[in-house]
Design a protein around this ligand. Structure first.
Ligand code: ATP
Length: 551
């Protein structure tokens, strides 16, 4: 087990490219920020995760707190909907991040991420900190001057220190040396360096890219716009959905009217979502096109807290069952000030968070479990002027005959909303293992259920009838296990290199046909995680794999 802090994202990204999991989108044209393509193994891994979710939600849902099997049905709604959907959901008015524009280079910075970006992604900050460590209260004027004239000019031309070094330095010296006992924190220091003259300009926060002055925060819309129809005008404006959830709410009545569901029940959907993220980053963690797996659980408001707790436990357990170890996975309840626009009194949100290498020792969101109250259905009922209330014949006052009279209501909603592509990232990070004592130091310990290659069959050499025996075994295994992954076969290169390639692809088992296979009808079975080998009968390989994969 590892806390992931020792795993390098560069290593993981490079393995993903090398083995065909994930490629930068439009790579031959220099890429496009925030978009990724999934290669042969990545696509299969993503499909396996999606299918595992669909099975756990729709095909074979869990039993609820009272022991009854839950009812959840599937849906596949359109990516583009009537724009009124986004007006009702609040996305048109509220789905925006506060942004600040740099007066120097025009770069946009997310206001709430400024200091994080300064600390983690500014070349000029790194370079400047090497010249001056602002903890002693002393300023090394000649070194700073030298930095401003050379490196600073190149890396942060709009920084006050670079544009006007004498004035800024004299102000800095006064400011820093005036408080010799108070160590200057980096944050404060950066404010100082960006400041030309305190009385003239006030404190400014520097642009992470060029050191320039940042303007006032203004909202930046996150929805991608397009047009539906021949004419590109406001009447035809449409939006790519920023979440799959709204497609479910607007079909609530359709599903109730056309299937036999009764509250409490769920509607599940997997699909693409698009957000024009200001700073897409950390590989596929935050991209502009991604996939979500969302389920809206409709229940009576009196039961909402029970279901909110149930889904929190259930969703964490599910991720653990796919190999995310409990040490790297936590459930975190949001603070009141983090709550979304739909959360009203009594409602809440909790996140399943994973310790990604770039957040370690901290955590980042993997799935949100939100109590959305009946906000969305109320909004759609009001905006569409369509009655969406559910008639619950099992509730309400008792009539004279002792039977309930029934109750009309808009159900509350508990929403477990997971990222499919973000899930793929968490699984890859968890699976990535480095052991320099092995002949194949890098390997992916993927859960056998999710592994895109289930097994490989190798003839030791390409002669003496070994390829034919391998081919036969390959066909047999492909027939039996090919529904959720490939069975690989390959006769090129040394057997060590072939094992190493399979280890990097996360293939749990390799079977090698050698000279003894022809005479004794046995093969070598090699385990990905331990590298251990054992001899088994060829006729037993299918059953052996079935037991070993346990899927
Ligand atoms: P974040 O706080 O990371 O921006 P969010 O709270 O806005 O995420 P939700 O709207 O709750 O996210 O979406 C549900 C899930 O969709 C998230 O838990 C995450 O796994 C995934 N997700 C959201 N935005 C992105 C993105 N830009 N790229 C990849 N996955 C995303």
């Amino acid at each position: 087990m590892t806390d992931n802090a020792d795993k390098s994202m560069d290593d993981i990204v490079s393995l993903c490219k090398r083995r065909g999991f994930v490629y930068p989108a439009s790579e031959i044209y220099g890429g496009i920020n925030g978009f990724w393509d999934y290669g042969p193994l990545g696509t299969q891994l993503k499909n396996n995760l999606r299918d595992a979710w669909w099975e756990a939600m729709v095909l074979n849902p869990p039993k609820g707190p009272d022991g009854e099997r839950l009812q959840i049905v599937g849906l596949d709604s359109s990516i583009i909907q009537n724009p009124k959907v986004w007006e009702a959901s609040g996305h048109l008015a509220g789905f925006a991040d506060p942004m600040r524009k740099c007066a120097g280079c025009g770069h946009f910075v997310r206001a709430d991420q400024l200091w994080e970006m300064l600390a983690t992604s500014s070349e000029w900050v790194d370079s400047l900190l090497q010249v001056f460590t602002p903890i002693t209260g002393d300023i090394d004027t000649p070194r700073l001057m030298d930095w401003a004239r050379k490196k600073g000019k190149k890396l942060a031309p709009n920084l006050a220190l670079v544009r006007n070094p004498e004035v800024t330095l004299s102000w800095l010296a006064q400011r820093v040396n005036g408080q010799p006992d108070a160590p200057v924190e980096m944050k404060e220091f950066m404010r100082h360096v960006a400041t030309e003259q305190l009385n003239a300009t006030g404190l400014q926060e520097p642009c992470p890219r060029c050191g320039g002055e940042l303007g006032e925060p203004a909202p930046f819309k996150l929805m991608f716009e397009t047009w539906a129809g021949m004419v590109q005008n406001d009447d035809n404006k449409a939006y790519l959905r920023p979440e799959t959830a709204q497609g479910i709410f607007i079909n609530f009545k359709n599903v109730v009217d056309t299937s036999r569901v009764k509250v409490p029940f769920g509607i599940a959907q997997v699909g693409k979502a698009f957000r024009n993220e200001v700073t897409p980053r950390n590989f596929i963690f935050r991209s502009r096109e991604f996939e979500q797996m969302e389920m809206e659980w409709f229940c009576h408001k009196d039961d909402a807290t029970k279901w909110y707790k149930f889904w929190q436990t259930e969703r964490k357990r599910w991720w653990e069952s796919l190999g995310l170890t409990s040490d790297n996975l936590i459930m975190r309840e949001h603070d009141k000030d983090e709550l979304s626009h739909y959360a009203k009194e009594g409602a809440g949100t909790a996140d399943v968070e994973y310790r990604y290498p770039f957040t370690a020792p901290g955590f980042g969101e993997l799935e949100g479990i939100a109590h959305r109250s009946n906000f969305d259905l109320t909004q759609h009922e009001n905006h569409s002027r369509t009655k969406l209330k559910y008639f619950d014949s099992a509730r309400g006052e008792l009539a004279k005959n002792g039977q309930p009279k029934g109750e009309h209501y808009l159900p509350d909603v508990i929403e477990p909303a997971a990222g499919l592509t973000r899930g793929v990232l968490a699984l890859l990070c968890e699976a990535y293992t480095r052991d320099d004592s092995r002949p194949s130091p890098e390997f992916l310990k993927l859960h056998p259920r999710l592994a895109p290659i289930k097994a490989a069959v190798f003839p030791l050499v390409k002669k003496d009838g070994m390829p034919e025996v391998a081919e036969k075994l390959h066909d047999e295994l492909q027939q039996r296990f090919g529904r959720t992954g490939f069975i690989e076969t390959d006769a090129k290169q040394s057997i060590g290199k072939r094992y190493a390639r399979m280890d990097e692809a996360g293939c749990p088992w390799c079977f090698t046909i050698d000279g003894d296979s022809l005479t004794e009808h046995t093969v070598t079975a090699r385990n990905r995680d331990t590298g251990e080998q054992q001899r088994i009968a060829i006729a037993q390989v299918g059953d052996f794999l079935h037991k070993a994969l346990n899927i």
